[in-house]
Design a protein around this ligand. Structure first.
Ligand code: SF4
Ligand code: SF4
Ligand code: FES
Length: 287
């Protein structure tokens, strides 16, 4: 007879979020509790497939009894917590963070969610204009992807997926200090000279367009990139037997980008160079 295993009961904690009561598994983050309650909390450095990075602070909320605002992505929810996600203090902090980022880097290609939150918070991108604004040269060093650190908000997502959270290659990290810190290869050598294996996992998690596939970069420069016209088709990578899921972004009958779903329990959005960039052979005119 097969013995049926009854899963261990999950302990729950209760929290009040914007006046609504939620029960959630013990050990969940405040962000997860807020999402459970339907609150619209923005994030930037948070990556659902990695440990909290805690660098951006746009996810802050107000927790009763806490002197400072709390980063919701990394704080574990306690039983009986009372949380406000849209208080004047929270909204002012988030808005200022977006405005300070806009003073330092080019936010023109941030992801759609960030655009939505910036609009919702009435962000004035000119508020702190005149401060230190990055003016890096775009690094075009190969045919696969480019790095434009004018757009880098130092969220470290690329660093953690290149390192111990996914790829374990450690080709990039933070170099320099303060306003002059940036993401860099060792000794700022070119990517082809570095330890990079061109998995493109850093490109996939970059929320600002600072890292971008070469095809997308070239098409944007030529004015032919049209995300609205693109279809996305899920398929299985044909290069080996691992079976990674690929999302093929197709425009004018050509693959222009390959991504992978973050919610895949094996690959978690990560690919290797073949799955991510090995599609140009499909477009060859040669028989
Ligand atoms: S492509 Fe892969 S190995 Fe190269 S820097 Fe990005 S994450 Fe690291
Ligand atoms: S390059 Fe992109 S992912 Fe990396 S730190 Fe900058 S904004 Fe974040
Ligand atoms: S999303 Fe929480 S600190 Fe960045």
């Amino acid at each position: 007879m097969i013995e049926q295993r009854i899963p261990d009961p999950v302990a729950l904690v209760e929290a009040t979020i914007d006046g609504r009561s939620v029960s959630i598994a013990e050990g969940s983050t405040v962000l997860e509790a807020c999402q459970e309650a339907g609150a619209d909390v923005p994030t930037l450095c948070y990556l659902e497939t990695a440990k909290p990075i805690n660098s951006c602070r746009v996810c802050v909320v107000e927790v009763e009894g806490s002197r400072t605002l709390v980063p919701s992505c990394s704080r574990v929810v306690d039983d009986g917590m009372t949380i406000e996600t849209e208080s004047d203090r929270v909204v002012a902090a988030r808005t200022t963070i977006y405005e300070l980022l806009a003073s330092a880097v080019d936010l023109s290609l941030v992801d759609d969610e960030t655009v939505r939150h910036m609009e919702r918070h009435h962000v004035d991108v000119e508020r702190f204009a005149g401060g230190h604004h990055r003016t890096d040269q775009v690094k075009i060093e190969d045919d696969l992807y480019v790095r434009d650190y004018d757009k880098c908000i130092m969220c470290y997502r690329c660093v953690v997926v290149c390192g111990e959270e996914a790829q374990n290659t450690f080709a990039i990290d933070v170099a320099g200090r303060g306003l002059h810190s940036s993401i860099s290869t060792e000794y700022d050598i070119t990517l082809p000279e570095s330890a990079c294996v061109y998995c493109g996992n850093c490109v996939a998690v970059c929320p600002t367009g600072a890292l971008m596939g070469r095809d997308e970069f070239d098409m944007r420069r030529a004015g032919t990139w049209d995300a609205e016209e693109q279809t996305v088709t899920r398929t299985v990578c044909s290069f080996c037997g691992v079976g990674c899921n690929l999302d093929l972004h197709v425009q004018d009958n050509r693959i222009v980008k390959v991504t992978s779903p973050l919610d895949h329990d094996v690959t978690k959005g990560n690919l290797c160079i073949k799955g991510r960039f090995g599609y140009s052979y499909l477009h060859t005119e040669q028989p």
